[in-house]
Design a protein around this ligand. Sequence first.
Ligand code: PEP
Ligand code: CO
Length: 452
Amino acid sequence: MATDSESQIWKPDSWQTRPALQQPHYEEARKLTAALAELAKLPPLVTSYEILQLKSQLAEAQAGKRFILQGGDCAESFEDCQGPIIAAKLKILLQMSLVLVHGSKKPVTRIARIAGQYAKPRSEDTETRNGLTLPAYRGDLINRPAFTAKDRRPDPGLLLRAYERAALTLNFLRSLAKGGFADLHHPESWDLSFARDTPLEHDYHHMTANIGEAVRFMENILGVRAAEIERVDLFVSHEGLHLHYEQAQTRRVPRREGWFNLSTHFPWIGLRTAQPEGAHVEYFRGIRNPIGVKVGHQTSPETLIRLMDILNPNDEPGRLTFIHRFGAGRIASGLPPLIRAVQQTGRPAGWICDPMHGNTFLTSDGIKTRCFEDILAELEQAFDLHAAHGSHLGGVHIELTGENVTECTGGARGLTENDLKVAYRSEVDPRLNYEQALEIAMLLARKLARMS
Ligand code: PEP
Ligand code: CO
């Protein structure tokens, strides 16, 4: 029987009747209304055609025929909306995806956490330093990181600035993906110096040599330029956190039923806002995009089923993907009950492992970090646990950057807690750097090859 939440008529603003967590408080309501009105008139960033194409690819991943690589910054920053930084992110995603194709022998869909990943949930509303208390930094969509009253005040004008930067980012990404990026498919140009003199050095070189051969085969024998086949296959995603912003992008399109969020292909609901009766679930229920929901040890099997009832009542393949994030020490006990709960319904849902957010800790110096080995351990367990329960993992969700930062410890270069001070740039969560991200892909590819 339909409960209140399902029987209520959905509208782009019906979320406003529900408790909305993690929303900023704007002091000037008129400015907010004006910014949203302007936002609602601006052209979309993506099309319904692309959105539905991704939905069918997610359905294939759910059926074990495809693998999803979702990756990018924890939070994009306005400052990093720069050509070389964006190109470096696309480069690492492309290289990781080629490595994963090689290991899994399946097509890999790339979904970047980019072109809109500007809003962050925070555990505290305020931050206190030296006796001064200010609103917490919630991402460049909302306020600015500097610790001054002016910077931390939520500013509706930033909604427009963020949308414009998302458009600039996507514009450049699309051009890069369309052509001129072909050399990245040639693993001879990849930087594997991090693995020098490590036990896996030979394996990594062997893998890139094989990928190189495959690319050359395709180009020389089949006559397809590697860059050309990439054209359609880059999707974008962000956490659908700021509901006024998401609502302003929610549109109807000619000749299709329903409503689409046209600011991104694959929005997801964060762990902190995934309450079945909350505003975020209400908003997401009515859009036709494929959607993700973060789940973890906080999520009961009953809640999971309730989310399936509300968010995918018609059992549409590819519509709903659970992105699980437990931590390396908790996944073995936490994941199986959720897998079983979904299996008992006999209904479709996809699974992606986020091995980042359950593995964050503070060093003795108070630096937020993650350890490469924990990330790998959670991923490896995720593959094994799904396989052992007759389910399968359709993809991975990684926080990474193409830059040479030092935010996570470990990996072949053996970064230590002391190294974190060298190049720690994230305002929020620590990311794998270029080398660590490539190495994770290579280790996963080895695992996938062993499993197939
Ligand atoms: C994130 O993906 O950056 C995030 C905040 O994750 P979660 O909602 O899983 O904590
Ligand atoms: Co994060």
